[in-house]
Design a protein around this ligand. Structure first.
Ligand code: UFG
Length: 344
């Protein structure tokens, strides 16, 4: 067994897929999650895939004492992947302090505890949201960050700065900051996937819930943008590909391969797809007709963004190359499994 890794938010969407890939690579995983947006049975579902049950503690990362108790209980944690965060853009506008407390305090607590428990590095979940609407596409890591559109986005920017300031102050840690584009899909086994509470805000879960009949039709937010078909463009990345990048980041920290104490990588495919193109790809991948209508623009939407992932390709030795139809088929298989299991 390789080193012990702490995964915060490890029962969530990206977290659970990452735990699977870490275990498949031989790492010993400890999950902490407050279960505010996920269920404890995800731990069993991970075990069904890998044959190994990860250790699990229901801990809120803003609770310093509980967090410290976890480091004390699980001796020898070598690195952390920090997913645990509130992530609903709209809710963050309504309840900014919830976002500032959850997302900022959690990271501060981890950074304070790391040196005391000899944790070498932290991989941080950031987002392409830090670029706002980039002036140049595809966007590289050198692009300037822009004023955040929401408190949620602001927490990602502030957290990146907190990490840089902490490392610059001489803290004996290193950090890999991963800026995700739009993660979608589910594990090919359909044992784990995305399980949004209530009405989904993101495109893919709304789309698959519409396809299965839970929602009447998908609203396409705007077809009058400055894009070839008028709908917004994003870089949709398969969650399993994304999960594998985290393993590469952990390898990099633990094998002392980092060139700088803080490294930043864009995680995307390098290809942009419009909302209407994605609908077409979904229909082609599944043979299911998707009812949709064009409605007005959604406030705050970025018009078009896709990654230049060259740095991740070259330096991290990683690329996202699962074909989009396979990705969409995995999301559909997951939605069908939720129906079969009577969950949705
Ligand atoms: N969309 C629809 N109909 C829907 C939902 C979404 O047309 O019902 C469109 C959006 O307008 C957008 C695209 O689908 O053009 C993708 O929307 P998502 O909400 O799935 O994703 P976003 O790109 O808006 O948001 C993502 C992450 C956020 C992050 C943001 C940064 O989910 O966490 O990128 O831009 F902050």
């Amino acid at each position: 067994m390789k080193e012990r890794i702490l995964v915060t938010g490890g029962t969530g969407f990206i977290g659970s897929h990452t735990v699977v890939e870490l275990q498949n690579s031989g790492y010993d995983v400890v999950i902490i999650d407050d279960l505010s947006n996920s269920k404890a049975d995800v731990v069993e579902n991970i075990e069904k895939i890998t044959g190994i049950r990860p250790a699990f503690e229901q801990v809120d990362c803003t609770d310093f004492a509980a967090l410290e108790a976890t480091f004390a209980k699980y001796n020898g944690i070598k690195a952390i992947i920090h997913f645990a965060a509130s992530k609903a853009v709209g809710e963050s506008v309504q309840q900014p302090l919830k976002y500032y407390r959850n997302n900022i305090v959690s990271l501060v607590n981890l950074l304070e505890l790391m040196p005391k428990y000899n944790v070498e590095g932290i991989v941080f979940s950031s987002s392409c949201t830090v670029y706002g609407q980039p002036d140049v596409l595809p966007v590289t890591e050198a692009a300037p960050t822009k004023k955040a559109e929401s408190p949620y986005g602001n927490t990602k920017q502030i957290n990146e700065e907190i990490i840089v300031d902490t490392v610059n102050s001489g803290s004996p840690i290193s950090s890999v900051i991963l800026r995700y584009f739009n993660p979608i899909g589910a594990h090919p086994t359909a044992f784990i996937g995305e399980l949004p509470l209530g009405v989904p805000q993101n495109l893919l879960p709304y789309l698959t819930q519409t396809a299965i009949g839970i929602r009447k039709e998908l609203s396409v937010f705007g077809d009058d943008y400055d894009t070839p078909d008028g709908s917004c463009i994003r870089d949709y990345i398969y969650v399993v590909d994304l999960a594998k990048a985290h393993v590469k980041a952990i390898d990099r920290i633990l094998e002392n391969k980092m060139l700088e104490k803080v490294e930043v990588f864009n995680l995307g495919t390098g290809r942009g797809l419009s909302v209407l193109e994605l609908i077409n790809e979904f229909e082609a991948a599944t043979g299911v007709k998707l009812p949709y209508k064009i409605v007005g623009r959604r406030a705050g939407d970025i018009v078009k963004v896709w990654a230049n992932p060259e740095r991740a390709n070259k330096v991290l030795g990683w690329s996202a190359d699962t074909p989009i139809r396979d990705v969409l088929a995995s999301a559909w298989k997951w939605q069908l499994k939720l129906r079969e299991d009577g969950i949705m």
